[in-house]
Design a protein around this ligand. Sequence first.
Ligand SMILES: [Zn+2]
Length: 284
Amino acid sequence: MSKKINSAKRIQKLAHAFICPLCGSPVKVVELKSLVCDQSHNFDFTKQGYLNLLTHAVKSHYSKELFQARQQIIMDAELYKPLHDEFVAIIDQMPGHKVVADLGCGEGSHLQKIVDKVNAKEIDAIGIDIAKEGILMAAKNYDELIWLVGDLAKSPIGNGAVDVILNILSPSNYEEFKRMLAPEGVVVKVVPGERYLHELRAFLYEESEYSNEQTVSLFNRHFDLVQTKRVSYAKNLNQFDLANLVTMTPLAWKGKEEKIKQFMNQTSANITVDLELLIGRKKR
Ligand SMILES: [Zn+2]
């Protein structure tokens, strides 16, 4: 069966969880070809197996190279394995069927890694990103999930339809997150800790720490912060993956070219991953 038909079937099964990004009406899958709303707005499934729900063209500054580098670092180098284990624990301890959405999923590797490891089979996973290049790559590589090009400011997901919102090192739209989150659902936002990639920052800027205080307090204003969890460790990366790390890290692009070259010329280096998980629920 083609990727197009498979993706249409996956969305058909979960059609109640989606709304039209243009008018907010309910949607249904028609002839396994299109998603159509009550007001006849029409979105066609692509042959690569994703659905483009953008209502206007968006120019992304994230390139194919960035997404390939991310995929390599996440899937093969497994730099974020301890982070994925945390997500698996959170998802597995929730009862029953779960809809999990990664909002700002890029090329989808975090979500795929997490879904690969959860015990619960009763899970539907949706990845959304505004960057078409990212979603295209996700759909090409990962067959079983729902991949949507969409704008988080006008999300195609219905009210209360998501049990677990993942938002990993990516911008948020808290008003929309609140709207989409199920009453008993959780939102998990991952922000950099003060030592995140500090070797890279120290190399490029001679400064290695920064603060996420503002991000945490903003999250607090929108959700009941149930728990914060620090995930901090170091991993040795080889030269190939150091280059990938630079390619996938926008902060590195502003560094001096000479310094970037020096960093990538190391045969290997220890890299610190220091992340904070903000776990929230709807305010009561
Ligand atoms: Zn519509």
